[in-house]
Design a protein around this ligand. Structure first.
Ligand SMILES: O=C(O)CCC(=O)C(=O)O
Length: 331
């Protein structure tokens, strides 16, 4: 059933029927009411743990968060970022994260060391349009923290690069607000999806710790995301993940099948210069971000190449805790 639904949404020959895709923006539900058609419930979010805020993220009491009642443990926070916040994380994912010592998918037979160690710099400097397109389309993932091993599906104590402090702080903020105060961000995959690309159905079971939640952040174009059950027999639900959305896979859904059968170009370009209002407000937690980048992304000239990239691509940051509580390394 999962594969059939995946194929329907992926299909290039016909435009798929999107009427069943859950769009939380269409849902008009009052606090704690259940939307019967969608099986979506609005969650009430407080800041009872009094978390340290981070520039570029709205106050938790202003978040709109939803639970999918047919998929217990799935939570969607509908874009809790400011526009500058979205630009910041997009730029981090493009300019900084796919750099040595982080690992990227770029094959050594197809790309030289300069591209494989600092892809964005080479892309930014590339003046040949065919080569630019080849380099742009080839980037599909980067890993850091504990590196995900796509072949063995096992983590290795020796295979790690530092986990970025800003990303760690952001994930801990989301985790703490949702009550996962002990969450430790230890492994990340950033997935890059040019329009037309997909990610087939799988479960994330490499982590020794399979009970900590998984945080998945989307920037750029919209994904159709499928969430199913623990077997491929169960029919998945389809949901739009839009720029800025944070999806949490926790509890019963942590080990469920999921996939991205389609990227849809919906996001308008944001290419204006931003006012400095949110920078002036950003003194709280500003030590947690690269504030130089946070300021620069508001400038339309600096932002332009990043904006061009997400004009036809989606970026997903997928963060997991690897170790069990109390462990300091893999056994
Ligand atoms: O792109 C997404 O939303 C999902 C990514 C994912 O499932 C993964 O990295 O395991």
């Amino acid at each position: 059933m999962f594969r059939l639904v995946f194929k329907q949404y992926k299909s290039k020959s016909s435009s798929p029927d999107l009427t069943d895709v859950i769009n939380v923006d269409d849902i008009d539900i009052k606090q704690n009411d259940l939307h019967q058609n969608y099986n979506v419930q609005l969650l009430s979010i407080s800041n009872e743990h009094n978390v340290q805020m981070i520039p570029g993220i709205k106050r938790p009491t202003d978040w709109r968060a939803y639970a999918l009642t047919h998929h217990p443990g799935i939570i969607i926070i509908r874009n809790p970022f400011t526009e500058r916040g979205q630009r910041y994380w997009t730029a981090r994912c493009l300019r900084d994260y796919p750099r040595t010592p982080n690992i990227v998918n770029l094959n050594e037979r197809l790309f030289n060391d300069a591209v494989r160690s600092d892809w964005w710099k080479q892309l930014d400097q590339c003046s040949d349009s065919d080569e630019f397109q080849r380099m742009k389309a080839a980037m599909r993932w980067t890993t850091f923290g504990y590196h995900h091993n796509w072949d063995t599906k096992l983590y290795d104590e020796q295979m790690q690069s530092p986990f970025p402090e800003d990303l760690g702080s952001m994930c801990r903020l989301f985790a703490t607000v949702l009550g996962y105060c002990d969450f430790r961000p230890e492994a990340a995959i950033v997935n890059y999806y040019p329009v037309g690309s997909t990610l087939s159905g799988h479960t994330d079971h490499s982590e020794p710790n399979k009970s900590a939640p998984l945080f998945s952040l989307s920037f750029g174009q919209t994904a159709i995301f499928l969430i199913g059950g623990t077997t491929l027999e169960e029919k998945p639900s389809a949901i739009y993940l839009q720029s800025g959305d944070v999806l949490i896979m926790s509890e019963a859904s942590r080990l469920c099948y999921h996939a991205v059968p389609r990227i849809i170009k919906t996001q308008k370009l944001w290419n204006s210069t931003l006012t400095n209002e949110d920078i002036n407000d950003a003194d709280n937690g500003s030590n947690l971000l690269d504030m130089d980048l946070f300021k620069k992304v508001g400038d339309s000239n600096f932002w332009q190449p990043f904006s061009n990239y997400i004009d036809d691509s989606r970026i997903n940051i997928n963060v997991r805790q690897v170790l069990n509580p109390g462990d300091v390394k893999l056994s």
